[in-house]
Write a protein that binds this ligand. Structure first.
Ligand SMILES: *Cc1c(COP(=O)(O)O)cnc(C)c1O
Length: 400
């Protein structure tokens, strides 16, 4: 399934090999394979003279700025993203917030995809709006026509592809070109694809954001965000990261580094399992649509094929109109799919979304009244996951 176009050249080492080698320095740490976890706030200096003459480039001066543990992760992410540098935040949401705050000033205008992660939208509508920022939401399918909505005041365009519930794929190169033509920067929430399956900075994006909580940590046991910038925006991002006092906890950073080592193999299996399950679901009568860009008949498949290097394990399905009781009968007693938010861990999850926005989304694609379920396909056996869903759909149909 691996689609290794674009990332391979004679001299460039593959992401699979990078994921196992980045951030390691055995010689510096008694030969240990993994960098140790530094629990450090204060870093001591030899003398007043050392303190006075400390160069700006001194690597370690205070725990909030960097330790060898955080450096190992930021160096690794920056390399995989192809950026000038990365910063860590205590959650994925704080990574989205940092990226926005770093590039937006009072009275600016920003364009945000209508499919954006809900809490990011809430930040825009509350905090940014209060700052006097004008926030407009655009159709994720807009592509190059976004240029018609860009004004002299547009400071930034926020993209997320695919959107984490409705799964719309965006034309990132076209959007980036339209933004750059008017001097706006492009921020991307790249959590779904991870830096392995989509390379934002190669596609014109200026700042790439990861909810590392999801696939990078990969085990549903830590919260973490990363933000990676091009050289042009690196200093701005660094300044705001410091101003807001952001940092991440050493044990969580360690878990992310540990997750990173197996990210390539986990993602391949998430993709294989998700393709199997999505294909099967698309043939079930109770399912009116499978929103998974890796399926040939899915909306956005052509763009996905052109720009992505793989598909992760998160997708949504639209069920024929049915009652809450029927949904409950399906999902309450599943063997492997458990009900819960978040995703990117090794385990399968299922969760209904029935907000007014989702109802409108269904209506707009000719599926009025359809019920949206979001599935995260974990690393269990694909056949057994299919069986679990089949039994769930049987309960749903029997109850409806
Ligand atoms: C989960 C998620 C976030 C936020 O990450 P947290 O670590 O939960 O704060 C941001 N963007 C997307 C697309 C997400 O799925």
């Amino acid at each position: 399934m691996a689609r290794d176009k674009k990332t391979k050249s004679k001299t460039k080492i593959s992401d699979a090999s990078l994921a196992t080698t980045l951030g390691r320095d055995a010689k510096a740490f008694i030969g240990a394979v993994n960098p140790p976890v530094y629990h450090a706030s204060t870093i001591l200096f030899d003398s007043y003279e050392t303190l006075k003459t400390l160069p700006d480039s001194a690597p370690y001066t205070y725990g909030r700025f960097a330790t060898p543990t955080s450096q190992a992760l930021t160096d690794s992410i920056a390399c995989l993203e192809g950026g000038a540098g990365s910063f860590l935040t205590p959650s994925g949401l704080s990574a989205c917030v940092l990226a926005l705050i770093a590039v937006v000033r009072p009275n600016d205008h920003i364009l945000v995809t209508d499919s954006v992660y809900g809490p990011t939208r809430q930040f825009c509508d509350s905090y940014l709006a209060q700052m006097g920022v004008v926030v407009d939401y655009y159709d994720p399918a807009i592509g190059a026509a976004l240029s018609e909505q860009i004004t002299d005041k547009t400071a930034a365009v926020f993209v997320e592809s695919p959107g984490s519930i409705t799964m719309d794929i965006q034309d990132i190169p076209a959007i980036s070109a339209a933004a750059h033509a008017r001097g706006a920067v492009v921020l991307m929430d790249n959590t779904w694809a991870t830096p392995l399956f989509f390379k934002p900075l190669q596609q014109g994006v200026d700042i790439s954001i990861q909810a590392a909580t999801k696939y990078i940590v990969g085990h549903s046991d830590a919260m973490l965000g990363t933000v990676t910038a091009t050289a042009e925006l690196y200093d701005k991002l660094k300044q705001h990261h410091r101003l807001f006092g952001l940092c991440a906890a050493p044990d969580d950073i360690y878990l992310a580094l540990r997750g990173l080592r197996t990210l390539p193999v986990r993602l391949q299996q998430h993709m294989a399992n998700a393709l199997h399950v999505a294909q099967w679901l698309s043939e079930q009568p109770a399912v009116c649509e499978v929103l998974y860009p890796a399926l040939p008949e899915a909306a956005g498949h052509a763009l996905w094929q052109r720009d992505f290097l793989g598909a992760s394990g998160l997708f949504s399905i639209l069920l024929e109109p049915c009652s809450d009781e029927a949904i409950a009968a399906m999902i309450d007693t599943m063997r492997f799919f458990k009900i819960g938010y978040s995703w990117g861990g090794y385990e399968s999850l299922i969760v209904p979304f029935d907000t007014p926005r989702i109802a409108k989304f269904c209506e707009q694609r000719g599926q009025a009244g359809a019920r949206l379920l979001r599935l995260h396909i974990g690393l269990e056996d694909a056949q057994e996951l299919q069986q679990d869903l089949q039994e769930g759909l049987e309960r749903l149909t029997a109850t409806n």
